[in-house]
Ligand binder design. Structure first.
Ligand SMILES: [Zn+2]
Length: 147
């Protein structure tokens, strides 16, 4: 096992993270937990905007890449940039999965599966608690308000 703490530009101690995050976000993003399906704040969110890392604020996913996977977790077919999300093998719970982490602070986001829609065929299955949506506008009037 490599030392996870040394790999990321944003590097706080457990105590520092605990001080700035709410309990659920801390348990999931810093401790690799998973929120129960259909309970998070974003699994059925259709607002337009950018999903930021709940820990460090880095943009991770755009709402354009979000789709209704039916799993009960927010699902995206690609991150905003390939350098934003780190993928690493996760052999916990007797399974071999691909864990998705924030490339900036190492936050646990969720897992990546090979059963997503086009164009990537990938499914980034992410915990709502690891995300913070920054909406494009206060109300959903993006398409019709051009001058
Ligand atoms: Zn982060």
């Amino acid at each position: 096992m490599s030392d996870k703490k040394a790999e990321f530009p944003v590097n706080k101690t457990e105590a520092e993270w605990r001080a700035v995050l709410d309990g659920e976000t801390y348990d999931i993003a810093r401790k690799g937990g998973t929120e129960p399906a259909f309970t998070g704040k974003y699994w059925n969110c259709e607002k337009e905007g950018t999903y930021l890392c709940a820990c460090c604020g880095q943009p991770l996913f755009h709402s354009k890449a979000k789709y209704a996977s039916g799993t009960g977790w927010p699902s995206y077919y690609e991150p905003i940039g390939s350098d934003k999300v780190v993928e690493r093998e996760d052999r916990s719970h007797g399974m071999v999965r691909t864990e998705a982490l924030c490339a900036r602070c190492g936050a646990h986001l969720g897992h990546v599966f090979p059963d997503g829609p086009k164009p990537t065929g990938r499914r980034f299955c992410i915990n709502s608690a690891s995300l913070e949506l920054r909406e494009n506008q206060e109300e959903g009037e993006t398409e019709t308000t051009r001058p």
